[in-house]
Design a binder for this molecule. Structure first.
Ligand code: NAD
Length: 470
């Protein structure tokens, strides 16, 4: 206990020192220069490219992610995001002209993006590389200094991320603080100019409370149960494989994985058969031997997931091996809203299936829960997809696919309600890490006399001008 206390106070003093240095560095204005920002992004890109194999190896050690999966969901996405920031930062950073009403003429109005200052980025373990680096790219592009806290649950990736960032940047510009709850708690005591948090809704609340003390603005990228609704009118083959792809990527340990299936009763048995066929096609008859099937992050999550599997409802899979942190692709049928698996975000390779006859019941069910991070609807019937999109709020989602909306840089990614606050990626990342200062630039000479007191005789003229020239 004594050791824990002294370790955390040591962390606190080191953190305070880093923050002070970063704030002093930010004040110097070096990070405001656009060519400086672009140069840092290029350095980061080089550092990643030269360590691509080592990053993939670390992801394999933490989550048994295959190199192709690691590239698709982690390094490839980050490299794409850096390239975009390199080519667009200068454009993003330009003041944006907006209209100026005649009443203020002659004058011009612009929104000037300016960095917040020193920002804190906290990442989870499920995409431990991408979810730390992707916000950092936005923070650099917008001209901030950053302190990054990788997840302690993916230590190999945390180690390589630390090595990359420490060998690329001075700690007064980008620093890494490793650790778990004591270190995160110490970090949250500091006064940040912005906090970008990705993780659970529970910890998101803790972060929000800490931020409120200093009125620090936040982005909270959180989780929840993302529904996957399947109408009877679908392309069966593609629906099944897109669901299997989205659910078993990283073993369902994806914030936007389809959490549960709500399937029209007329197609349910055909869809379940097809999903089983696709699981075998992707991962073979024994997924434990597949190169493309990962593992659960740790024993704690393995035990939690095992506890959610109701053997009486398993119709496929259900095989577990604690020593290997392996859970086979599992389907549970006849699931009801009262089952344990429907009481929390699953975050694992288990598909609970519920059936419906009338889409009204699905909409009502989804809207009884918290607003999800993602919502998926499979249908050829646009009246059905339009209704679901119109009536069910969510952070984002897809019609006739899963996960892929996250890959479109033109779609800001984020949640709503319990699934999060704010959004990022590409332009939205730059905007997230910038305050847009609104400036009206007036001519120093020409002036409207009616705006000044005494108003008495000019009141009606002023009213007319305000009505017609604003
Ligand atoms: P988590 O909330 O347990 O941890 C996230 C980060 O917060 C870690 O770095 C951790 O060290 C830190 N942390 C943990 N407890 C803390 C505390 N008491 N005070 C301060 N910091 C603390 O989440 P996780 O288990 O790493 O990740 C899984 C969750 O993240 C899921 O709910 C998932 O849906 C969500 N998630 C969301 C997104 C998104 O983009 N919206 C992406 C990935 C994961």
């Amino acid at each position: 206990m004594q050791n824990a206390v002294s370790a955390s106070s040591k962390a606190s003093s080191q953190i305070q020192e880093i923050v002070l240095k970063q704030k002093a560095y930010f004040k110097k204005g070096t990070s405001l220069d656009i060519s400086f920002r672009v140069k840092q992004l290029k350095k980061l890109k080089e550092a990643i490219l030269s360590r691509e194999d080592a990053i993939h190896e670390a992801l394999y050690k933490d989550l048994k992610k295959s190199a192709p999966e690691a590239y698709i969901t982690e390094t490839g996405l980050v490299l794409k995001e850096i390239d975009e920031a390199i080519s667009k930062t200068a454009h993003w950073a330009k003041p944006k002209r907006v209209k100026t009403p005649l009443f203020f003429a002659p004058g011009s109005s612009k929104r000037h993006p300016e960095p917040y200052g020193t920002v804190l980025i906290i990442a989870p373990w499920n995409y431990p590389f991408q979810l730390l680096l992707s916000p950092l790219i936005g923070a650099i592009s917008a001209g901030n200094t950053s302190v990054c806290k990788p997840s302690e649950c993916a230590p190999h990736t945390g180690e390589i991320v630390k090595e990359i960032l420490e060998s690329t940047f001075a700690s007064e510009y980008v620093a890494v603080v490793e650790g778990g709850i004591p270190e995160s708690t110490a970090l949250l005591k500091e006064r940040w100019d912005y906090i970008f948090f990705t993780g659970s809704t529970h910890v998101g609340r803790i972060v929000y409370q800490a931020a409120a003390k200093h009125l620090t603005p936040v982005t909270l990228e959180l989780g929840g149960k993302s529904p996957c609704i399947v109408d009877k009118n679908i392309n069966l083959e593609n629906t099944a494989r897109r669901i299997v792809w989205g659910k078993f990527m990283n073993l369902g340990q994806t914030c936007i994985a389809p959490d549960y299936l709500f399937v029209h009763k007329d197609i349910k048995s055909k869809l379940i058969d097809k999903i089983q066929e696709k699981i075998k096609e992707f991962y073979g008859s024994n997924p434990q031997e597949s190169e493309d099937y990962g593992r659960i992050i740790n024993e704690r999550n393995f035990d939690r997931l095992k506890g959610l599997i109701d053997e009486n409802k398993v119709i496929f899979g259900g095989i577990t091996d604690r020593k290997d942190k392996y859970i086979s692709p599992t389907i549970m049928d006849r699931v009801t809203k009262n089952d344990a698996i429907m009481q929390q975000e699953i975050f694992g390779p288990i598909i609970p299936v519920m059936e419906y006859e009338n889409i009204n019941d699905v909409i009502e069910f989804v809207n009884e829960g918290e607003k999800p991070l993602a919502l998926y609807i499979f249908t050829k019937d646009t009246a059905i997809s339009n209704r679901v999109l119109k009536e069910c709020p969510s952070g984002g989602g897809c019609v006739n696919d899963t996960l892929v909306h996250i890959g479109n840089p033109n779609l800001p990614f984020g949640g709503v309600g319990e699934s999060g606050i704010g959004a990022y990626h590409s332009t939205a990342s730059f905007e997230t890490f910038s305050h847009f200062k609104s400036i009206l630039h007036k001519s120093p000479s020409i002036d409207l006399d009616v705006r000044y007191a005494p108003w008495g005789k000019n009141y009606s003229k002023l009213k007319f001008l305000l009505k017609n020239m604003l």
